[in-house]
Design a protein around this ligand. Structure first.
Ligand SMILES: NC(=O)c1ccc[n+]([C@@H]2O[C@H](COP(=O)([O-])OP(=O)(O)OC[C@H]3O[C@@H](n4cnc5c(N)ncnc54)[C@H](O)[C@@H]3O)[C@@H](O)[C@H]2O)c1
Length: 246
């Protein structure tokens, strides 16, 4: 098992990609704390994680509340004994033409996708520097490079910010034994992805299908595992050939 006896924290784990990542980490031997906003959905994720035999803690927390998220990260490290892996997955998407994006739209997406993710990573890094070990995987997006398949300039900016801080964290934290990487998925069949896919039904994906949450989860597990021990600061293109140049 590639994550045997590690402790992981996955944000936005009540459904979609986050739920698949939580289950995949548990199947690889990790105890997994799951954060989300919807208690019932989160408890279903926790039930699926527990079925693997690993420990799990479901915690209702909005990651845009930085102080609350800091407390949750410290609590997970204390309750589960340590924190080896943070998967910064919580995210919001919005299709909005540039001329219609207002300050509230901008603030909403930035608060979750960039500010929330940044400070969650910072809180995890505080625990991991004390341990001298840890890894962070950020779930960015191919929007970092494409400018968005649909009109969503604020979403693209938030994910490009995440890709950027992935590199900064990787450089600054390497000396503490902490690796920081990101995945940049293309079109994944989730509630969020299907909304996007509807608008672009004629899209040609070279590998011929939308991705599944498990397609993303498998790559996250790889990045979190010792098989990726020489990788940090990498943004992995996970688009089935949709994006080649970057
Ligand atoms: N689906 C795709 O095609 C696609 C492509 C590229 C990147 N992504 C990224 O993957 C991640 C997961 O997306 P998904 O497709 O599973 O979407 P989803 O909408 O199905 O799931 C997103 C999850 O994040 C949670 N969340 C949102 N805001 C939150 C907040 N403020 N605090 C805590 N939790 C919050 C939601 O409740 C939900 O559980 C997102 O970061 C998204 O930007 C998705």
């Amino acid at each position: 098992m590639r994550l045997a006896n590690r402790v992981a924290l996955v944000t936005g784990a009540s459904r979609g990609i986050g739920r698949a990542i939580a289950i995949a980490c548990a199947r690889e031997g990790a105890d997994v704390a799951v954060i989300g906003r919807d208690r019932r959905a989160l408890e279903e994720t926790a039930r699926l994680v527990a079925e693997t035999g690993r420990r799990t803690v479901p915690i209702v927390q909005d990651v845009s509340d930085v102080a609350g998220t800091r407390r949750v990260v410290e609590r997970v490290a204390s309750d589960l004994g340590r924190l080896d892996l943070l998967v910064n997955n919580a995210g919001l998407y919005q299709v909005r033409p540039i001329l219609e994006i207002d300050e509230d739209d901008w603030d909403l997406l930035m608060a979750t996708n960039l500010r929330g993710a940044f400070f969650c990573a910072q809180a995890a890094a505080r625990v991991m520097t004390r341990q001298g070990f840890g890894t962070i995987v950020n779930v960015a997006s191919d929007a970092t490079w494409t400018g968005g398949m649909n009109p969503c300039a604020h979403y693209c900016a938030s994910k490009a910010g995440m890709a950027s801080f992935t590199r900064s964290f990787a450089k600054e934290l390497a000396r503490f034994g902490i690796r920081v990487n990101a995945v940049a998925p293309g079109m994944i069949a989730t509630d969020m992805g299907e909304d996007a896919a509807k608008v672009m039904a004629d899209l040609q994906i070279p590998l011929g299908r939308l991705g599944t949450p498990e397609d993303v989860a498998d790559v996250v597990v790889f990045l979190a595992s010792d098989a990726a021990r020489y990788m940090t600061g990498t943004i992995l293109n996970l688009t089935a050939g949709l994006v080649l140049d970057r």
